[in-house]
Unconditional design. Structure first.
Length: 575
């Protein structure tokens, strides 16, 4: 307009009004021509790519950095998202043909680097359609893999979970050997990442989502391996599995932890133990104590066991049990008539120990010999009384079993003339071998006489003494324990397991002896415990020539070293 004013001013001086109008017309034409030329040049620069924004897009920035659109200069700001995908309308309005299609594709997805915006997910996995349309052969496959999974570093996008944990299939398809192992490892690492669904471990994830068999399957699919050692402060595999599972899942847990398969136990048998309990006699509780030891032993067979005095037996009671045991601990302790009658007529397993069988065998009312094919001869004890001049008179002291000799305990103090032994047995004679069999024999080590030790006749069993009396380390107690499998008809697979407990270890205990025991038990893989006394006390000096003695374990450093030595070899200290 300034140019027009100047021209008009000059024209006013030198020419008339006609020339003024002509000059205005010419100036307007020139202005229009310049404006058109500038617009064409700018558009040519845009089409040739010479005028670009920072991202290479002809209209400015695009992708993760910006989605705002400024209609004044075609440059995007940081937040613009084209208001629910209205970029199509924008491109249709602003561009034609190829330029329009390029605009749409550029706003939808950046084909140059295949990178998404932060929230861009291609809808419901429509990247396959995109890649098929835009790429061919290897390029297409690479496009699909780039959208599905980043093979360069095996890292997932924020929400990507490979569907239902199908990474195993992915790794198997895309990798071989070590590469496949690494792929699986990276996937497992991802699923164990605390950021994954706020679950710190595969185990926590599966326990949150599943239970029972589905829980086990979830762990298996995620590559989780249960530890073989006890965990979560649980002492055994069984305790762990019982805490976490039940039913079939419990059995599967036992197997996966390396335990033995669970075998359903048979219906528990019932047993009745009858014992002598005379009133007003020395050691009147002897029968009860032996009954308790027998009950403990029967626990190996998962039996339900009841105990009662022989005097309290009720007629017909035997028929309620699978086995009846009678401990004849006291010589000539009377039996009830109902008990004797039931024993002679029942088909229930009956096991009779030591004394008082004569009440049944020597009374013809019960027909004992005829039914069972055995006769009771007598009781037998020492060959002669022990004395200072006859220290070892001999008796039936050696039980022969499986080509091994098990000798009964015997000790005699000539000074006090105290005998520590149980020499008495009941001596049987088999009158009908078709009805009775001596399965185990006992030998008199002085006279070499032999007699039945354990005899079987139909449902009736006789044990010549009480194997719980004066038990020694290589005693006939072991024989009876083994024979119980046959007596009860409950075969067990041979499995020699043992746990040893050392009692009363104190500051007076030999550290050298404890070290030797620890070494041996460790080589045999036998667990053991040590009951330790913190302070050794002998207030009356019984073991110290009448002088009182008190020694705390802290004053025995060698023993402390031995206890630590034992712990390193499988021992456990109990206080």
């Amino acid at each position: 307009m300034d140019i027009i004013k100047n021209k008009l001013h000059s024209a006013h001086k030198f020419i008339d009004v006609r020339f003024v109008l002509l000059a205005c017309t010419i100036l307007l034409i020139q202005l229009y021509t310049v404006s058109s030329a500038n617009a064409s040049g700018y558009e040519a620069q845009l089409m040739s790519g010479k005028h670009q924004g920072s991202s290479g897009h002809p209209y400015g920035k695009h992708g993760n950095d910006s989605h705002k659109y400024d209609d004044d200069d075609h440059e995007h700001g940081d937040d613009h998202k084209h208001d629910k995908k209205k970029y199509k309308k924008h491109c249709k309005k602003k561009h034609e043909d190829d330029s329009r299609e390029q605009c749409i594709e550029t706003h939808k997805y950046n084909d140059d680097d295949h990178e998404h915006g932060d929230d861009h997910k291609h809808g419901k996995k429509k990247y396959k359609k995109h890649c098929k349309k835009k790429h061919e052969d290897d390029s297409r496959e690479q496009c699909m893999e780039a959208h599905k999974y980043n093979d360069d570093d095996h890292e997932h996008g924020g929400d990507h979970k490979h569907g239902k944990k199908k990474y195993k299939k992915h790794c198997k398809k895309k990798h071989e050997d070590d590469g496949r192992k690494q792929c699986l490892k990276e996937h497992r690492k991802y699923h164990e990442d605390p950021s994954h669904d706020n679950e710190s471990t595969i185990q926590e994830h599966c326990e949150k989502k599943h239970s029972g068999e589905a829980l086990m399957q979830c762990k298996k699919e995620h590559g989780y391996v249960e530890p073989t050692e006890p965990h979560d402060n649980e002492n055994t595999i069984q305790e762990h599995c019982e805490k976490k599972h039940s039913g079939e899942a419990f059995e599967q847990c036992i197997i996966e932890h390396g335990g033995d398969p669970v075998i359903d136990p048979p219906t528990a048998q019932r047993a009745l133990i009858l014992y002598d309990a005379p009133v007003g006699v020395p050691m009147q509780k002897l029968g009860l104590s032996q009954a308790i030891m027998l009950k403990n032993l029967l626990g190996h067979f998962s039996m339900n066991v009841e105990m009662k005095r022989i005097a309290d037996y009720v007629a017909g009671e035997v028929e309620s049990y699978d086995a009846l045991f009678y401990l004849g601990s006291y010589y000539n302790n009377p039996s009830t008539e109902s008990f004797l009658l039931d024993v002679s007529t029942t088909n229930t397993t009956v096991v009779w120990f030591k004394y008082n069988l004569w009440d049944l065998a020597w009374n013809t009312t019960y027909g004992f010999s005829e039914k069972f094919g055995i006769n009771l001869i007598a009781s037998s004890g020492f060959n002669s009384p022990p004395s200072p001049s006859n220290l070892e008179p001999g008796f039936f002291d050696t039980v022969m079993y499986k080509n091994l000799a098990f000798k009964k305990f015997y000790a005699y103090d000539a000074t006090t003339q105290v005998v520590s032994a149980d020499p008495d047995i009941g001596v049987l004679e088999i009158s009908d071998p078709t009805k009775a069999t001596a399965l185990v024999e006992i030998v008199n080590s002085v006279t070499n006489e032999r007699a039945p030790y354990i005899t079987k006749a139909a449902n009736f069993w006789y044990v010549a003494d009480i194997p719980f009396s004066f038990i020694g380390p290589k005693d006939r107690y072991l024989v009876f324990s083994d024979m119980l499998h046959e007596i009860l008809n409950v075969p067990h697979e041979e499995n020699h397991r043992a746990m040893i407990r050392f009692e009363d270890i104190s500051s007076k205990t030999s550290s050298m002896a404890l070290n030797q025991l620890s070494d041996y038990l460790s080589t045999q893989q036998i667990p053991f415990t040590m009951a330790v006394v913190p302070i050794y006390k002998d207030p009356n000096g019984v073991y110290n020539s009448g002088v009182a003695e008190e020694i705390p374990i802290s004053d025995a450093p060698n023993l402390i070293d031995s206890l630590q030595y034992a712990e390193a070899r499988g021992g456990h200290v109990l206080m």
